[in-house]
Design a protein around this ligand. Sequence first.
Ligand code: SF4
Length: 282
Amino acid sequence: MAQIGWLSDSGQNVPFADALTISEAQGSWNSIPHEVLVLIKEQVTRVRPEGISVTQLLGCPRKVFLEKSNDWFSHPIENWPALRGTLIHSLLEQTGGQNAEVEVRYEREYKGIKISGQPDSVRVLGKGKRRLIRDWKSTAKLPYYDSAYSSHQLQTNVYRWLLRLDPRFTEIEIVYISMEGVKAIPLKKGGTSRYGRAIVNQVMTDKQVEAYLDTRLIQLYNQNSSGVPIPYHKVDEGDLWNCDFCPVKRICYARAADEAREAFLTGDEVGRVPPRERKVKR
Ligand code: SF4
């Protein structure tokens, strides 16, 4: 199951085919040009890899489950950031050269569970075993500080683990692209700055990556095998920033009410209920 259509500005669920029929005849639907709608539909209906991906590991696990087990609608503007990223990546795919693997999907098993991930590029540096993993992020504004966002650090550290690369010989870099320009931010490897300040090590060891997998991967796997998502009130506090951009929020909140009722009846503690929805102006 997956996204099967768009939410109109007035909140109606409109199947892809209906919206595209209108946009083809009139040039646009919901003020979005036909060409953009065609590209979005192509992107959101693309076949996803089997198993658990690195991207799924990083988001809200409940969202991963609900997206897979429901048909849903999303406003085209909510689809736009993903399409913007895909457009940039499709240009970068042409830039590999002899020393780099670009957009290759890698797999590794952990505790019998298959994980896959696709770093944007893995480049051989020099003639030895040094490698450079790069991930490109399209963003509205370039980061102000010289430190990559923590979710991007985590994602690329898992890629390094996935490729079984030695952290000592691996450089990791996040390249942010916006309308303002490009900013490449390497992950720091610890040490002391020239001003004598300690530099935090942002490159994780295998053990640290596996400690993360022990909570996150197992949680995702258990959801898939039991057919039951983790209840809303048990979603990690640190994952709730995803809610503002979550296409299955309506499904999640509706289900949360039943979960809270069940938990109440069994004497479980319900520490959190969904917030009241504010009307979004588009
Ligand atoms: S609304 Fe929030 S808690 Fe619910 S699935 Fe989406 S991201 Fe997760």
